[in-house]
Design a protein around this ligand. Structure first.
Ligand code: SAM
Length: 370
């Protein structure tokens, strides 16, 4: 059974309500039989393929066969899509490198190229690729400083004040600079920052479609942010985020920079920590499947975790399905498994959730076992 509602975007199977134990959660609105697909989503607001899989995973359907994908976007594919606004790309067409996108078939690259205004994202990706190629030739000072950057003390006021510093001092300084001087102010970045910058571009691009008056856009802006928890655990992330922000502020083309500001950037990053789903290899067991990257589906981000989940997540190409693995009664909480460690002992499992997801699990199994 799949969802079939008049507007296709609100499931009739559950309602989202506040709880006293774990923020908002989803509750069945009626008795629902096993095997019902209670949510089906393909409206990602942002996705990212891991750097090491960038050539081996199709950027359209996420197919993987252990080898480099055969198809890249060609200059001739892009020429017809260019508009007045793609000034950078127009000037650089002869040197076009494929924007770091690989596909399993011409069908997949054609489908990708048919996404409305995809040229704006291709342009941003190509700019980042060009910058990354230059960065590869430079020594990254952070490699030696990692330990120091990870020992910084983090609190909400420290995070806020670091961003205020960027806003008050760095932005006005950059705004005054001419193009060439701005380029010289680009920070040195590595593969991780390059990949993260691509994820932010991807999100900015999708948020043009999923505006605040759409169900997906509304859900995106309502996502819980895990900025503080994540940075307290990995202090280096504050420095990392600022490198990505500064890179994007200097490089983003006009078409994607309209809604780009510190607030949006922090929400994109903060909500990714704790809400993103893994893009896992299909048709492989949990123990041997590859992790290709992650993506955000705001409408699917209201499921809490349970160590005896009643929902199973699956992926088919670009769609995720949330299917009941047992029958539920009206009012039951509907939960997924975040962790993949349900076989661990109670203590280990709870420690894992605390370490990686920053919460003390309040599910019925944990309550029973402790
Ligand atoms: C993907 S969100 C789920 C929706 C979230 N409750 C909300 O209001 O946005 C994940 C967050 O929900 C909370 N959460 C999820 N499962 C939980 C559980 N079993 N026990 C306690 N808190 C939980 C944690 O704060 C976690 O960071």
């Amino acid at each position: 059974m799949t969802i079939d509602t008049p507007n296709g975007n609100i499931t009739p199977f559950y309602e989202i309500k506040d709880t006293t134990w774990g923020g908002r959660s989803c509750f069945a609105t009626s008795d629902i039989p096993k095997d019902t697909v209670i949510l089906e989503v393909n409206d990602t607001t942002g996705s990212s393929i891991q750097y090491e899989f960038r050539k081996e995973v199709c950027h359209n359907c996420f197919k993987y066969n252990g080898k480099s994908m055969k198809y890249k976007i060609k200059t001739t594919d892009v020429e017809g899509l260019l508009s007045e606004n793609n000034k950078w790309l127009k000037a650089r067409m002869k040197k076009f490198c494929g924007a770091g996108l690989w596909f399993c078939s011409t069908g997949c690259s054609d489908t990708y190229l048919r996404i409305p205004r995809i040229i704006d994202l291709i342009e941003a990706y190509e700019i980042l690729l060009d910058n990354h190629t230059k960065m590869l030739k430079r020594n990254n000072p952070d490699d030696a400083n990692e330990e120091k950057l990870n020992s910084v003390k983090i609190s909400q006021s420290i995070i806020d004040s670091e961003w205020r510093n960027i806003e008050i001092n760095w932005l006005p300084m950059i705004d005054k600079m001419k193009y060439t001087k701005r380029q010289q102010s680009l920070p040195i970045t590595s593969e991780d920052e390059y990949n993260c910058a691509r994820f932010v571009c991807n999100t900015l691009f999708h948020l043009r479609t999923y505006t605040k008056d759409t169900e997906t856009g509304k859900s995106f802006w309502n996502l819980q942010s895990n900025e503080l928890n994540k940075m307290m655990r990995f202090p280096i992330l504050l420095h990392f985020q600022q490198l990505v922000f500064r890179t994007l502020y200097i490089l983003l083309p006009e078409t994607l920079r309209i809604d780009f500001n510190i607030g949006t950037f922090r929400h994109i990053m903060g909500s990714e920590y704790g809400n993103a789903f893994g893009i896992w290899q299909e048709d492989e067991s949990v123990d041997s499947r590859e992790y290709f990257g992650y993506w955000v589906f705001p409408r699917a981000s209201y499921f809490n975790h349970s160590c005896i989940p009643n929902i199973t997540k699956t992926r088919n190409n670009k769609t995720m399905y949330f299917t009941l693995n047992k029958g539920v009664s009206q009012g039951d909480e509907l939960c997924i498994d975040y962790s993949g460690v349900l076989d661990f002992t109670t203590v280990k499992r709870r420690d894992f959730l605390k370490e990686n997801w920053f919460f003390d699990c309040q599910c019925t199994r944990c309550k029973l076992e402790i």
